[in-house]
Design a protein around this ligand. Structure first.
Ligand code: NAI
Length: 328
């Protein structure tokens, strides 16, 4: 049995927290031979603390053999001390009458202080996924607030968008998801994202030879981009189980490798494809040896270039807005 690793989860009393914690503790994220110590960071209010108490009672009651430690705190440094993996799920939701700028500002404060705490006390090899929205910009803020950590420690979750894209292709073609490869999602986790099938394969054949261009443009791309709001409409609550599953997929592949499979991650750009360096952007990546590489050498037609320019412009405007109230 390996030495236990520390996993910090923020927002553990929320919906996504509830669908993620039990899978981390069961070994679904880091493998069946990797014990974990969970550190849960929640807000101080009594409703959240009471819900968290119940979640922790349930975690105990699962008697997971891999769960070697469980604690909760409201102190960021205690939560992130020596942590190996951090899932930053908790964020400020958009309240009634709240403007986009207010939402960005409220979250900027949260991810600024969490980034600073990670900088001070986390393991230097920490792997951070930001799930809380706006996740690309929140990840950028945390990264900028942690200058002593490598930018490669920080990522944002676009895996749900990639999973949704693969699932739509599976549904349309009748092929199992496991036969669909090289699906990419570029840019921001927002309706401007660009789900891209230009390199995708289905049962070894080019997806663009099987699927109609009009279906891709008029149905596939909008369905993936608007899936989150369709789920809210249908379920009366936002996607939580699928978001939790995507967070597990993202961390598992990053930690254990993606076996050559393309996985979409929001990562700080290294200048690939002309995306300004440092901006946290959805790229197709391949993970190996606990690291990731952005897939290189892909080409874009004019329509794809326009879609990437649109999502890039949105991310740049978010970054500029938060720069105004944080001195980053
Ligand atoms: P939720 O409202 O059910 O839970 C959020 C939890 O975070 C609450 O328990 C709250 O008390 C806690 N929290 C808030 N601020 C915190 C802080 N500063 N420190 C610690 N805990 C804090 O929300 P849910 O459904 O779990 O969603 C969480 C976030 O994930 C939202 O921002 C949502 O928009 C985002 N999301 C992202 C997706 C993605 O693909 N990147 C997909 C779906 C949701």
């Amino acid at each position: 049995m390996k030495t236990p690793v520390r996993v910090t989860v923020t927002g553990p009393a929320g919906q996504i927290g509830y669908s993620t914690l039990f899978r981390i503790a069961s070994g679904a994220m880091l493998g069946p031979d990797q014990p974990v110590e969970l550190r849960l960071l929640e807000r101080t209010n009594s409703t959240s603390q009471s819900a968290l108490k119940g979640v922790m009672m349930e975690l105990e009651d699962c008697a997971f053999p891999l769960l070697h430690g469980l604690m909760s705190t409201t102190d960021q440094k205690e939560a992130f001390r020596d942590t190996d993996y951090a899932l930053l799920i908790g964020a400020r939701p958009r309240g009634p009458g709240m403007e986009r700028a207010d939402l960005l500002e409220a979250n900027a404060q949260i991810f600024n202080t969490q980034g600073r705490a990670l900088d001070e006390v986390a393991k230097r090899s920490v792997k951070v996924i930001v799930v809380g929205n706006p996740c690309n910009t929140n990840a950028w803020i945390a990264m900028k607030s942690a200058p002593s950590l490598s930018p490669k420690c920080f990522s944002a979750m676009l895996r749900l968008d990639q999973n949704r894209a693969r699932a739509q292709v599976a549904k349309k073609t009748g092929a199992p998801v496991s036969h669909i490869h090289q699906v990419a999602v570029w840019g921001n986790h927002s309706p401007t994202m660009f789900p891209d099938l230009s390199a995708a394969t289905v049962d070894g054949r080019k997806a663009t030879d099987i699927l109609d261009a009009a279906w891709i443009r008029d149905e596939f791309i909008p369905t993936v981009a608007k899936r989150g709001s369709e789920i809210i409409k249908a379920r009366g609550a936002s996607s939580a189980a699928s978001a939790g599953a995507a967070a597990i997929d993202h961390m598992r592949d990053w930690a254990l490798g993606s076996a050559g499979e393309w996985v979409t991650m929001g990562v700080p750009s290294d200048g690939s494809y002309g995306i300004p360096e440092g901006l946290v952007f959805g790229f197709p990546c391949v993970c190996r040896n606990g690291d990731y590489d952005i897939v290189q050498g892909l080409g874009f037609d004019d329509e794809a270039k326009a879609r990437i320019a649109k999502t890039l412009a949105e991310l740049e405007s978010e970054r500029d807005a938060v720069k105004a109230f944080l001195k980053l």
